[in-house]
Design a binder for this molecule. Structure first.
Ligand code: NAD
Length: 413
């Protein structure tokens, strides 16, 4: 299912929950501004490549637009539009003073040299800088972009406007990045789970966790899980997976991927059993954390999922049909717009610190992150109980209610 179809479906059901007036539909469902630019890049071989770049600003009723910039050959305006609206709902649900945006360039960065990538980033930034600003639109990293790309973006913007670290988040710690930001999405996943279990009078002690995807989100969720007393019994990456029923050595697994290898190639040194990549989704565990790709839990495999909880580290890992099937079976899902919101919450912390020219230590950062994620869980699960709907529908409904109220107060609707 295309990202825009999926968002429309969740929008429609949440609109029904809050009885959203017709006049709000068009304002909340369409973008405020869509910038579509040509991005020519002079190549090292003397040739010229011309890409398309987009920045979609969906809704800014609650604050400056916020959202990542991705570099991927499949980037197109429909996808960017849908992802921008998801950012509006994510920032509103977590009560961050931001709106929603997304950007991208239809480039495969693997085809470009470092110099070409820098030229592309500077050209794209120059082309969209009139719609950016620390109080207007604040980009962040997304698929195939990283702190280095954010550094070039910040430098290109600052060359024109003066030193402006708050123009972008996810920067290197060397200049304006926030200690804790890199780890925030994975940690946030676990803070959500901790609070959701606590509401049932339970702790993470001995809870058996399986994680699909062992990159930024997966590794930091795993490390935090162990710190909190849980047992990580299976992890997988693109090369396959490993399982160990009495608990994997998570630090050793992280060391394997940090060395550029797959956990599946280190079965013996991890003293674990091999696991096919997709099997991690249906393994016998208490909590499943999909932290790799979208649409991996589908109507085909939803019946085989044995976890009691699914905490969505990845974006859109569960298809809408699977979501309904799992809910009917009593599987409890902490939806992506809440569960992986630690990343944008961390970006908010970075932005506030940049504006104040100040830096918190990582302990302070994590303490505040945990508090905000816990509040997000309470808000969502309280609303789900109040409305008698599943948490995903409640999460969208709470977010839409907040955005609709701000849009109304500001006179948009
Ligand atoms: P990443 O590139 O660091 O890691 C991705 C991991 O998924 C890698 O371990 C890769 O090997 C694995 N993977 C890829 N294909 C797989 C497959 N077929 N089976 C099993 N594993 C596979 O990415 P990330 O930053 O950890 O992001 C993971 C997900 O979380 C994405 O959906 C992303 O959109 C979402 N997300 C990330 C952040 C963030 O701050 N990094 C924030 C919000 C959402």
């Amino acid at each position: 299912m295309r990202a825009d179809e999926m968002v429309n479906r969740y929008f429609a059901e949440a609109a029904e929950t809050i009885d959203l007036g017709d006049e709000f539909h068009e304002v909340l469902q369409t973008s405020y501004r869509e910038t579509d630019v040509q991005v020519p890049v002079h190549l090292d071989n003397g040739g010229l490549a011309v890409y398309r770049g987009y920045r979609v600003q969906h809704n800014g009723a609650r604050g400056p637009y916020k959202g990542g910039i991705r570099y991927h050959p499949a980037v197109d305006i429909n996808e960017v539009r849908a992802l921008a609206s998801l950012m509006t709902w994510k920032t509103a649900l977590l009560d961050l003073p931001f709106g929603g945006a997304k950007g991208g360039v239809n480039v495969d960065p693997g085809d470009l040299s470092e110099r070409e990538l820098e030229a592309l980033t500077r050209r794209f930034t120059a082309s969209i800088s009139h719609v950016l600003g620390p109080y207007r639109d604040v980009p962040a990293p997304d698929m195939n972009t990283n702190p280095q790309v954010m550094a070039w973006l910040m430098d290109a913007y600052s060359a024109k406007e003066g030193y402006t670290p708050a123009i972008v988040t996810g920067k290197p710690i060397a200049f304006g990045g926030a200690p804790g930001r890199r780890e925030a999405t994975g940690r946030g996943v676990m803070y959500c789970l901790e609070r959701a279990l606590e509401r049932q009078g339970r702790t993470l002690d001995g809870v058996r966790i399986a994680i699909q995807g062992f990159g930024n989100v997966g590794t930091w969720a795993a490390r935090t899980a162990v710190e909190m007393g849980a047992t990580v019994i299976a992890v997988s990456d693109i090369g396959g997976g490993v399982r160990r029923d009495d608990g994997l050595d998570v630090d050793a697994c992280c060391a394997v991927v940090a060395a550029g290898r797959s956990v599946a190639d280190a079965v013996d040194e991890l003293d674990a059993d091999p696991l096919a990549g997709g099997d991690v989704l249906t393994i016998d565990c208490d909590v499943l954390i999909p932290a790799a790709l979208g649409e991996v839990i589908t109507a085909e495999n939803a019946e085989d999922v044995r976890a009691e909880w699914i905490v969505e580290g990845a974006n859109n890992p569960t298809t809408p049909d699977a979501d309904m099937l799992l809910h009917a079976r009593g599987v409890q899902i902490i939806p992506d717009i809440l569960a992986n919101g630690g990343g944008v919450t961390g970006s908010y912390f970075e932005w506030t610190q940049n504006i104040q020219q100040f830096r918190w230590d990582e302990e302070e950062f994590n303490k505040r992150l945990r508090k905000r994620m816990r509040t997000g869980v309470d808000t969502t699960l309280d609303a789900a109980e109040r409305w008698g709907v599943r948490p995903r529908r409640a999460a969208f409904a709470v977010a839409m209610e907040r955005v609709a109220e701000a849009a109304h107060m500001r006179g948009y609707v």
